[in-house]
Design a protein. Structure first.
Length: 372
């Protein structure tokens, strides 16, 4: 498997321990292409450019990046730094503006995750997702004064910036299983007050905004990945975000009671197989030590999920198994292609998968009537 040496090098980039022998066979331009496909080029860059104290020239086993290689990677980090500065600024402004207008809030994922990285300016950034307190009706009453946008059951687009997409969330996530989703709504209502007053910022003091608690994030971000496995897909960036989140949970004193509550909620929301798979990736593939692991890893589930992660890429951008959708004509044919694709996870995550066809039928019906 061609990606194997890149994953071995990734483990070193995350842990800073044990440079793999395969480093001598890495083509640095091809590694950059792999990193960009998975949107994790910044994770590699710190080590490729020897910006980490654990890296010395002899560690590359005679395959130190050439000057041309270095220039390509330096250019990439320059782009990432500029993008992150801009999106950090937008996240701070959005959080501040909504707060001033009477909506306690927190930034979900995204730039909040970047704060956990050794260098927050080297995470590949995305949109600004912000969760507001107040409930769907109140939030829509406010946002429609400025922009008329059709909401989903989760959020509404709020184009307050020309250069960054902002999604205003009524709630952080959902489940396809309606019985589990009902429990999830109740959970969000119970814990929301603890998520809106946690201010965090970049180490250089340039940017700050509100973020959820570690305990909430440990469950929510797991849930976010779980939902995307059933939809657009997840890539290595989201999984690495979770790696740094687990390290932060440990560093900031997540105790045994919180860990027990995490296990209880994983079972309550029927994510046992997925959680055990993620913990396997954290422990056995990324090399995260036992003390950071919150749930019993499962090798079989972990190996299945990791193959999916590599095939899907970030939000499914590397996915080829749904290529027929590009030429498929008619809602019913597209529906069949989707359902064949979704069968791949049925044995692993049946609680969600069995509800997927109904969800897709509703979307297909909606799209059909919108086309009309």
């Amino acid at each position: 498997m061609e990606d194997k040496k890149y994953i071995e090098f990734l483990r070193f980039c995350l842990s800073g321990k044990d440079m793999p022998e395969s480093v001598k066979d890495i083509n640095w331009r091809e590694l950059l292409a792999f990193g960009k496909k998975q949107t994790i080029q910044g994770v590699f860059a710190r080590m490729v450019l020897a910006q980490d104290e654990n890296v010395r020239p002899e560690h590359f086993l005679g395959n130190k990046p050439s000057e041309d290689d270095v220039m390509e990677w330096v250019f990439e980090t320059h782009i990432l730094k500029k993008l992150n500065e801009m999106i950090f600024k937008r996240a701070e402004k959005a959080s501040e503006w909504f707060f001033e207008n009477g909506f306690p809030n927190c930034i979900l994922k995204g730039q909040g995750n970047a704060l956990m990285y050794p260098n927050p300016y080297l995470r590949v950034p995305g949109d600004v997702d912000i969760w507001l307190d107040g409930g769907r009706e109140k939030i829509l009453d406010f946002t429609t004064k400025y922009y008329q946008r059709k909401p989903t059951n989760l959020h509404v687009d709020f184009p307050m910036f020309s250069d960054v997409k902002v999604e205003v969330h009524f709630r952080p996530s959902y489940m396809l299983n309606p019985f589990v989703d009902r429990k999830l709504r109740k959970y969000f209502d119970e814990v929301k007050d603890a998520q809106f007053g946690n201010e965090a910022g970049t180490a250089d003091g340039k940017f700050k905004f509100f973020v959820p608690s570690n305990e909430f994030n440990a469950l929510y971000q797991l849930m976010h990945m779980y939902r995307h496995v059933h939809g657009n897909g997840i890539g290595l960036r989201q999984v690495i975000d979770y790696y740094y989140l687990l390290k932060k949970c440990k560093a900031e004193g997540m105790g045994e009671n919180e860990k027990k509550e995490f296990v209880r909620l994983v079972k309550k929301f029927r994510m046992v197989n997925f959680t055990s798979a993620i913990m396997y990736i954290m422990h056995d593939i990324f090399g995260l030590e036992d003390e950071y692991i919150l749930f019993e890893p499962n090798k079989k589930e972990g190996e299945f999920l990791f193959k999916e992660v590599l095939l899907m890429g970030n939000f499914g951008k590397a996915e080829t198994r749904k290529a027929a959708l590009k030429t498929a004509k008619g809602h019913f044919k597209r529906f069949l292609i989707y359902e064949k694709y979704n069968l791949r996870v049925l044995d692993h995550y049946p609680s969600e998968s069995i509800w997927r066809p109904l969800h897709d039928l509703k979307l297909s019906w909606r799209d059909h009537h919108m086309d009309d």
